[in-house]
Write a protein that binds this ligand. Structure first.
Ligand SMILES: Nc1ncnc2c1ncn2[C@@H]1O[C@H](COP(=O)(O)OP(=O)(O)OP(=O)(O)O)[C@@H](O)[C@H]1O
Ligand SMILES: [Mg+2]
Length: 365
């Protein structure tokens, strides 16, 4: 089985005069694991409801498997939806929960049971068919919910923050599980989350959203390494951010003036002449110690956070600018002390100057 593609073409959704989605266009490929990532209220659920048919777009079109979906009701679409709250029937055996949608469609009991057993294999829960749902753990229930959604053989699975009710450890385990289930079935998965770690770990591609607009659609690597604007850079991962202005171009780099000094960095794709901009550099790309050189600045160690495998060090320059460096904890890594004056430096190719409008810091639900 292979999933359908989902093409959104210039989708806008308005509630009264509030614009919940603006001009969203993306072509999600057959069998792709695609995530919409963005802060609370940015329009993720609204987009998913539009794909599933519970919400008609104000403008724009949805096509699934090449078929226009306008006027097609949710139960006639080749989609299945999974929410945070699973709505399983607790006092019904697992297998009947899974086969519930098939009974509604008039399939006989023997066939339903056989289909349920095959799906239990897919979600690695074989042998639990006769248990009651109330006897299962949160993660196990999640897998049953997925099996139930898969039972009706959707071409597209729509998942709205399905792991958010689980504890951290189980959530991390279920990421890998979900990805494996998606690969085993070949169904297109459209996944919604405000958790960047989840999106990075599971997706073929991610669409980062802010205020109803898609900011960037790219692979996890590209989203993390080459964010197109300040919103994407600050929503995904940690950064040192230096405010300033571009002084000159210098080969493939730009010379960027800040109060902490002048640095070389890559110019981002959405920069406009004269617009206010910011330099972004990831903590794992900042080195601490060594001689003063280009792209380096002296800073006093203000904070050290020991996290076992990682050490995070914050330095403050004489102008009050903070730089964050992170390195792995090994026998050769330096051991700075609070108050030490050390050089913080980074490679120009690891830093980007990005348009800072619109600047928004991480909003957490
Ligand atoms: N039926 C509706 N009527 C009016 N406004 C709505 C309606 N549905 C959603 N909205 C608004 O649209 C915006 C986007 O909502 P949506 O539920 O899509 O956000 P979200 O990205 O899924 O957020 P969360 O991560 O909190 O679930 C919100 O400001 C919300 O209040
Ligand atoms: Mg939502």
């Amino acid at each position: 089985m292979i999933g359908d593609n989902v093409a959104l073409d210039r989708i806008s959704i308005e509630f009264g005069n509030f614009q919940a989605a603006s001009d969203v266009s993306v072509d999600i490929r057959p069998g792709e694991f695609f995530s919409f990532l963005g802060p609370s209220g940015c329009g993720k659920t609204t987009i998913l409801r539009t794909i599933s048919g519970f919400q008609e777009p104000t403008r724009g079109t949805v096509e699934i498997g090449g078929r226009p979906m306008k006027g097609i009701s949710p139960n006639k679409r080749p989609t299945a939806l999974i929410f945070q709250n699973l709505a399983l029937f607790p006092l019904m055996p697992v297998w009947e929960n899974i086969a519930f949608g098939l009974r509604v469609r008039g399939m006989g009991k023997t066939e339903r049971r056989a289909r349920a057993e095959r799906l239990l294999d897919i979600v690695e829960m074989s042998g639990t068919g006769d248990k009651m749902v109330s006897q299962l753990s949160g993660g196990q229930r999640q897998r049953i919910a997925i099996a139930r959604a898969l039972a009706v053989e959707p071409k597209v699975m729509l998942l709205d923050e399905p792991l958010s009710a689980l504890d951290l450890k189980l959530r991390q385990h279920m990421r890998a599980e979900l990805r494996a289930i998606q690969e085993r079935t070949g169904v297109t998965f459209i996944y919604i989350t405000h958790d960047q770690g989840e999106a990075l770990a599971m997706s073929d591609r991610i669409g980062v959203m802010s205020r109803g607009r898609l900011q960037q659609v790219d692979s996890p690597e590209a989203i993390y390494n080459r964010p197109v604007n300040a919103f994407v850079a600050s929503f995904v991962g940690e950064n040192t951010i230096l405010d300033g202005r571009i002084a000159a171009e210098d080969g493939k780099f730009v010379r960027f003036d800040t109060t902490a000094g002048t640095f070389l960095a890559l110019p981002g794709p959405e920069l406009q002449e004269g617009a206010f901009s910011r330099l972004f550099v990831r903590p794992e790309h900042v080195r601490v110690g060594g001689e003063a050189a280009s792209n380096s600045v002296s800073a006093a160690i203000a904070k050290i956070v020991f996290e076992g495998n990682l050490i995070t060090v914050v330095g403050r320059t004489s102008h009050g600018t903070d730089l964050t460096a992170q390195f792995t904890n090994n026998s050769t890594s330096i051991r700075p002390k609070v108050g030490d004056h050390l050089n913080f430096s980074f490679d120009p190719a690891d830093a980007q100057v990005l348009a800072s409008e619109p600047v928004r810091t991480k909003e957490v639900a």
